[in-house]
Write a protein that binds this ligand. Structure first.
Ligand code: SF4
Length: 759
């Protein structure tokens, strides 16, 4: 047995911590520290440390299952694949291609996301594909694109955080979601910088802040507008930056003038002195950042909310400059790459738009099909789930568990159950798999090679470190086998590197250009930031780690999202291809620019860690202000539902909990849901610590023990969403959608709480 340590990355969140995976002589696998990876420097949270446990055949699927006599029973791969292909084919014949739905996941590798999007459009011919990343960072992506012309979660590496002057962290509880990332913020404060945390709860992250602002859930938009109002009123705008590098300021400025501090205090509950202090801290240093996560984004006005925070950055000259800017902390492991390669309803690989004729021609050329045969944009994730059993009759689902993670989850569960046919590819027997007609057991992180793209836009190589158990196949093998059964014999290789080579060509010239990235470079350089076109570096690229230009072009049962609570090339392979080495040294140093030139060749593009330093990725190179105004949430409290529910995460569980609930250590640390109540609210209800309480919204009822804390607003209750059953938080959440991003309103809905007596 080869017991060499293989350097790879965590299967869970978008921090993509580096780790070593080593098969043990006595059986099993060890996950150990990998100090050379610069993001986590060896640190792992409990989820990463215990990730090997989900590889165990004791907790995972190892045989296909088919429904027979109302039960899921083991079956051969041939039978399972035949049943899926037969059902998809007959539904298409009877109802048309758009009666077939495909639902992907932000945990799928880039190769899988790419192949799934191609499978939907080329093999099935359906427009009905979207993925659970829609529930993650879609509002930030939409706002970033309309302001900067390009969405890359963070336009700078995390290593810049300690060197900026101030960070406003909006709706992100990194202490629970990405603990190793906290060191960047501790170092920021140690260097004299300040941290402002915006969160309705006094989270463990907020505890570390210099200033904690606790707005009512759903009022982050008003808060940002109020801060910008004060910036203008106090003469703190950067007029030269606004003049030279932006458009649309007059309208955006006019839109904030009515947002007087006292008015904003009434909406948000954040006091005027706190608003003034936040502006002082943000504007005093030379550089500053705003980082958002799910808190402001998972709202029916999420896109406008993020735009308001971006406007604050632009008006103060804190964007497109070193150590300054706006960034989104993407949550799922491949939340960033998952939205770039074609599993999103409106996009093609390379982050191209599906309704752009030139993009369609380019991708169709790579795929060898007529562009006119490619379907147009389809429904967004919730709209697709809502259509199941209606005009969408069959669904292929890969790497997602919407029974737990989707909003209005009981309704989504009913829709899934009403399908003519449901096929699920997963590692474990998730709650969604329980509803399936066929379940396929697929390989997972350490059992397969593939790439992910971290929240920094750093493309990483996850390496195969252990053999998968017998009976398990990769998602790529599944797509190849289904394509062949549906009459498409070519174009779906099962080898991930072969898929990545095609992805490079498909992305070439697009906003997310990967054409200069190869497995070999990823192994040798331990990650490359896109855009990385397949062309020589030029003076425009600057030294590694400086600016560079953005292009102008215009699995596993996880879900929802983590993170937080709150060029052109002409296709064809670059000159750096070739097979990946078996494994690179476990503790390879990160290359310097000189080393990079030696390893990758002097003409290779170095990648782009920092975006927008010279120009933004818009047509005129200027960032665009977007004029936005405060508006109420989709559902405000009233006499029947007088409180606001907000949902989020705990450190020991990940997303829908499909994997982490199967790890004893994690399950012991966080065995079930709870309802956070302020002591005054608890007293009024007559609920004591640990007593069961029912939380009731217009969509249903969830029951969980009370957890009483002064760290939450008295008008707000909080539930983590990792569990199914009677404590399922998403039974309650509101699927009201943002008009731009189609993000549901996970973060604020009206509820009442009923005490159920001592537990
Ligand atoms: Fe790192 Fe996230 Fe994995 Fe924890 S879950 S070890 S923070 S990548």
């Amino acid at each position: 047995m080869d017991t060499t340590a293989t350097p790879t990355h965590c299967p869970y969140c978008a921090l993509q911590c580096g780790m070593n995976v080593t098969p043990l002589p006595q059986g099993g696998v060890a996950v150990t520290e990998r100090p050379d990876f610069p993001v986590n420097r060896g640190a792992l949270c409990g989820k990463g440390r215990t990730a090997a446990e989900v590889l165990s055949p004791a907790v995972r699927l190892t045989s296909p299952l088919v429904r027979s006599g109302g039960r899921l029973v083991p079956a051969s791969w041939e039978e399972a694949l035949d049943r899926i292909a037969g059902a998809l084919g007959s539904v298409r014949e009877r109802y048309g291609a758009d009666a077939l739905g495909v639902f992907g996941g932000g945990g799928l590798t880039n190769e899988k996301a790419y192949a799934l999007g191609k499978f939907a459009r080329v093999v099935l011919g359906t427009s009905q594909i979207d993925y659970n990343g829609r529930f993650c960072m879609s509002s930030a992506a939409a706002a970033g694109t309309r302001a900067f012309g390009l969405d890359r979660g963070l336009p700078f590496p995390l290593e810049d955080v300690p060197r900026t002057g101030c960070v406003i962290l909006v709706g992100s509880n990194l202490a629970e979601t990405m603990p190793p990332s906290l060191r960047f913020f501790s170092e920021l404060r140690a260097n004299g910088g300040t941290l402002i945390v915006v969160d309705p709860r006094r989270t463990r992250t907020a505890e570390q802040a210099d200033l904690h602002l606790a707005p009512r859930p759903g009022t982050d938009l008003a808060l940002a507008l109020g801060l910008l109002h004060l910036v203008v009123a106090e003469g703190r705008t950067d007029e030269e930056f606004i003049r030279e590098r932006t458009t649309g300021w007059a309208e955006a400025r006019a839109a904030v003038m009515g947002h007087w501090p006292e008015y904003v205090e009434r909406i948000t509950g954040v006091s005027v002195p706190q608003l003034r202090e936040a502006v002082r801290l943000f504007c005093a240093p030379e550089s500053a950042m705003v980082l958002t996560a799910r808190g402001p984004e998972q709202q029916s006005k999420g896109t406008d909310t993020v735009s308001a925070w971006i406007n604050l950055c632009l008006a103060t000259g804190r964007a497109g400059r070193p150590l300054s800017g706006y960034g989104c902390l993407t949550g799922q492991g491949n939340g960033q790459g998952g939205r770039e390669h074609g599993q999103k309803a409106d996009q093609l690989p390379g982050y191209r738009k599906l309704d752009d004729p030139a993009a369609r021609r380019h991708v169709a050329g790579v795929w060898g099909v007529d562009p006119d045969t490619l379907p147009g944009p389809g429904r967004s994730a919730y709209e697709l789930l809502d259509a199941l059993g209606g005009d969408v009759r069959a669904l292929l689902l890969m790497g997602s568990n919407p029974v737990v993670s989707a909003p209005r989850a009981a309704h989504v569960e009913e829709r899934l159950a009403s399908l003519d046919f449901l096929a699920v590819c997963d590692v474990v027997r998730s709650e969604t798999a329980e509803l399936a007609d066929v379940v396929l057991p697929v390989t997972q992180w350490a059992e397969e090679t593939g790439t992910t793209t971290s929240l920094e836009g750093r493309v990483l190589l996850r390496r195969r470190a252990v053999a998968a158990p017998p009976g398990v196949r990769s998602d790529l093998e599944v797509l190849r086998a289904l394509a062949a059964r549906l009459g498409v014999e070519k174009g779906f290789p099962a080898d991930p590197e072969e898929v990545f080579e095609e992805l490079r060509r498909a992305s070439a010239g697009g906003p997310a250009d990967y054409s200069g990235i190869t497995y070999r470079r990823l192994a040798e350089e331990d990650g490359l930031f896109w855009p990385c076109p397949a062309r020589p570096a030029t003076d425009d690229d600057g030294p590694a780690g400086s600016g560079g230009r953005a292009g102008d072009g215009g699995s596993t049962g996880n879900d929802g999202c983590t993170g937080n609570d709150g060029s052109t090339a002409n296709g064809g392979p670059a000159g750096n291809g070739g097979p990946a080495p078996a494994a690179s040294p476990a503790h390879a140093e990160h290359p310097t620019q000189a080393e990079h030139a030696t390893r990758a060749g002097p003409l290779a593009h170095p990648g782009t860690p920092r975006l927008f330093l010279d120009r933004f990725a818009t047509g005129d190179g200027r960032a665009r202000f977007v004029a936005v105004a405060h508006r109420a949430g989709a559902e405000e409290p009233d006499a029947e539902y007088p409180l606001l529910l907000t949902t989020g995460r705990v450190v020991a569980q990940y997303q829908s909990g499909a994997q982490t609930r199967r790890v004893p250590e994690l399950n012991a640390a966080a065995p079930g849901p709870f309802v956070e109540l302020h002591p005054r609210l608890a007293a009024r209800l007559g609920a004591a610590e640990g007593d069961p309480v029912a939380v009731v919204s217009r969509r249903g009822r969830a029951v969980a023990p009370a957890r009483i804390t002064a760290g939450i607003r008295p008008d707000t209750v909080f539930m983590p969403f990792h569990w199914p059953g009677e404590g399922r938080a998403n039974t309650l959440t509101n699927p009201a959608l943002d008009p731009v991003s189609r993000m549901p309103e996970f973060k604020a809905c009206a509820v009442r709480v009923e005490a159920l007596g001592p537990g």
